[in-house]
Design a binder for this molecule. Structure first.
Ligand code: EAX
Length: 323
């Protein structure tokens, strides 16, 4: 009898102890590989969350679109079937239309300007626009400055883009702008791009050096031109209900973790940008480094007129002129 009571007491104690140290596992995904600027981002995020919550939260990391492409992952986070994702803003306008403005070509003068806008009041206010759509946007991170690659010809002038069939992100702003260049845009999820380039379904694609290297597009693309036509942000997204359930201290832990992760991610982009051209050349790509950007901007003037109407010129100028 006594022994049985002791047994029961022990079982209860074990049960309580395991509740006290209960671990919640969450999932985060990216569409590119682990050895990349985004891989660094989610690896650091996972480590920081675990550290800052004393291991009560474990973040499982998924790479290479293992849980689906970016649009699918965003959808899953919105529904709550997946807690977290790190994604480019490519498919975001389909969920948060206000974010479209960030993907306007040549909106930012460079990475420093883009980072200042995203880290400043405009960017921080934009993060709150995700709230009513079922997301908690934890922090901006970076995909990088996008450049064009193709298998057909060297691109020196905007005219050289005419008639090229290019994979684009599933983003209406990109599709409209690339049409302005005379490109034939083919929106496609990222996990399909390598095969599409390999099989010649499309002639080219555009992405930051970080992505071109991580996805090994040099194996299926001959020509790279540093068009720098658009800055591509990334964002750490969490399911809103999952975030709201966290204690106040844990909310801070997740937010801080995303900030630290974004810093590491931006540092890796800087590193990739510094060595990317040499590395891609060594892998056989032929690179046009200097283009007359003003000519590429001029090619988009009719599209800009359309964007001014859609977004309001004042809203666009607010970003362009932000210091
Ligand atoms: O986020 O779809 C794209 O071209 C993105 O830049 C890529 O998935 C990395």
């Amino acid at each position: 009898m006594k022994l049985a009571k002791l047994g029961l007491g022990l079982a209860l104690a074990v049960c309580l102890a395991s509740t006290a140290s209960a671990q919640t596992t969450m999932r985060i995904s990216i569409s590119v590989g682990q050895n990349s600027h985004q891989g660094v981002g989610i690896d650091v995020f996972a480590a920081e969350v675990e550290k800052r919550t004393a291991g009560r939260y474990k973040i499982q990391t998924f790479y290479n679109g293992a849980l689906g492409g970016e649009r699918e992952s965003i959808e899953a986070v919105q529904l709550g079937t997946q807690e977290l994702t790190m994604t480019s803003t490519g498919p975001i306008p389909n969920f948060v239309p206000e974010a479209r403005i960030l993907d306007i070509p040549f909106l930012f003068s460079g990475k420093a300007h883009a980072q200042a806008v995203l880290d400043g009041p405009i960017g921080q206010d934009m993060l709150t626009k995700f709230d009513s759509k079922g997301f908690k946007a934890l922090a901006w991170a970076e995909n990088g400055v996008r450049h064009m690659t193709n298998s057909k010809r060297a691109v020196n002038l905007p005219e050289d883009l005419k008639g090229l069939k290019m994979r684009t992100m599933e983003n209406p702003v990109h599709v409209a702008a690339y049409k302005g260049f005379g490109i034939v845009p083919t929106p496609m999820a990222f996990p399909e791009v390598f095969t599409a380039l390999q099989q010649g379904t499309v002639d080219g694609q555009e992405n930051p050096l970080s992505v071109i290297m991580a996805a090994k597009f040099d194996q299926v693309q001959k020509h790279l031109t540093l068009t720098g036509h658009v800055y591509s942000p990334c964002v750490f997204l969490m399911n809103k209900a999952a975030f709201d359930k966290l204690s106040t201290a844990d909310k801070s832990a997740f937010l801080e973790a995303a900030k630290v992760a974004a810093k590491a991610n931006r540092a890796r982009v800087a590193d990739d940008d510094a060595k990317g051209v040499a590395e891609l050349r060594s892998k056989g790509m032929s690179v046009v480094e200097n283009v007359d950007k003003a000519k590429f901007v001029a090619a988009l003037l009719p599209v800009y007129a359309e964007f001014d109407k859609q977004f309001g010129k004042a809203e666009i100028d607010k970003i362009r002129n932000f210091k």
